[in-house]
Write a protein that binds this ligand. Structure first.
Ligand SMILES: [Zn+2]
Length: 310
């Protein structure tokens, strides 16, 4: 029995120890339980944080949308959505036919937006409080969206100058790609849906102008070519413009597509020279609206004369 007792006694101690350790660990578990629940709540905080981040992102996106919407509305309120009077839809225009007393001229800039030049030209135009028209290339709009946004927010009109600026023949499918993609990206980037088109190189017979015409774009050519793409010296560039300057004229220059430093250098003098000759500056939509008004006046005058004859 002693043996047994002695055998059981340590076992009893062991049982007690086991019980003790059991209660200890139970106690420890109870001690740690709040921590465990903290961990759980900290996990839920992290989840909440993540949800908050998603929420913030959504708010930022919503804000961006609102900004774009208000900016589009502002652009439309300013009247710079390029609406073309019906008589010019599908028509080709070299210059507006205005009475010689209406000394207005439209400056136009092609092939941008362009990182080295467009901002400089915009600065000069802003300083002189002049609105002009930019015929942009789709792939440049894609590459320099901020510049094209500034063109619109500065109050200038914008036109389509194809996506790639190709000269070669384009079948209707390619022509549609060149024109539709550019108009869509201009709209997505600036909120302006343009109805103005200028064919690269002034090419009228390679398929692209035909597509523009059938889609009711006004095809805007020019009456006064600076020939700035061949980089003439500044005085010559200016002479090129003024040799053909006239009321209702459209002046061709380039803000993109290559080195346009001469154009930037010549622009202040071009502006002051036009002003000295009594010209005011208009955008292409303004020029077309002026001619539309003029033609309506002529038409109503003619109908009055006819009515008097009867
Ligand atoms: Zn061009």
């Amino acid at each position: 029995m002693e043996k047994n007792k002695s055998f059981f006694r340590p076992q009893g101690i062991l049982v007690i120890l086991v019980c003790l350790s059991g209660s200890l660990s139970l106690g420890l578990m109870m001690l740690f339980k709040p921590n465990a629940s903290d961990a759980q709540s900290s996990r839920s905080v992290k989840v909440k944080d993540a949800t908050a981040n998603v929420g913030t992102q959504q708010r930022v996106e919503k804000l961006k949308d609102q900004m774009l919407t208000s900016w589009q509305q502002e652009a439309q309120a300013k009247g710079i959505a390029s609406d073309v009077p019906p008589r010019f839809q599908g028509a080709t225009i070299q210059a507006a036919k205005l009475p010689s007393g209406q000394k207005v001229v439209a400056l136009t800039f092609d092939d941008g937006p362009w990182p080295q030049t467009t901002a400089k030209i915009l600065d000069i135009l802003k300083k002189n409080d002049i609105k002009s028209t930019f015929f942009v290339v789709g792939q440049n709009v894609k590459n320099y969206p901020d510049l094209v946004k500034r063109v619109v927010t500065d109050g200038h009109a914008i036109g389509n100058h194809t996506w790639h600026h190709w000269y070669h023949y384009m079948n209707p499918r390619v022509a549609a790609y060149e024109i539709d993609n550019t108009t869509n990206l201009i709209y997505q980037t600036t909120g302006v849906k343009t109805s103005l088109f200028r064919p690269p190189g002034g090419m009228m017979h390679n398929g692209v102008a035909a597509y523009a015409r059938s889609n009711k774009y006004a095809i805007i050519m020019w009456s006064s070519d600076s020939v700035d793409y061949s980089r003439p010296a500044v005085p010559r560039l200016i002479n090129n413009i003024f040799r053909e300057a006239k009321a209702g004229g459209i002046v061709l220059m380039h803000d993109g597509g290559g080195d346009r430093t001469h154009t930037v250098q010549a622009l202040p003098e071009i502006i002051s020279k036009f002003r000295k000759q009594g010209y005011q500056f208009v955008t292409i939509p303004e020029l077309l609206a002026m001619q539309d008004k003029e033609q309506k006046l002529i038409a109503s005058g003619a109908s009055r004369t006819n009515a008097n004859k009867k």
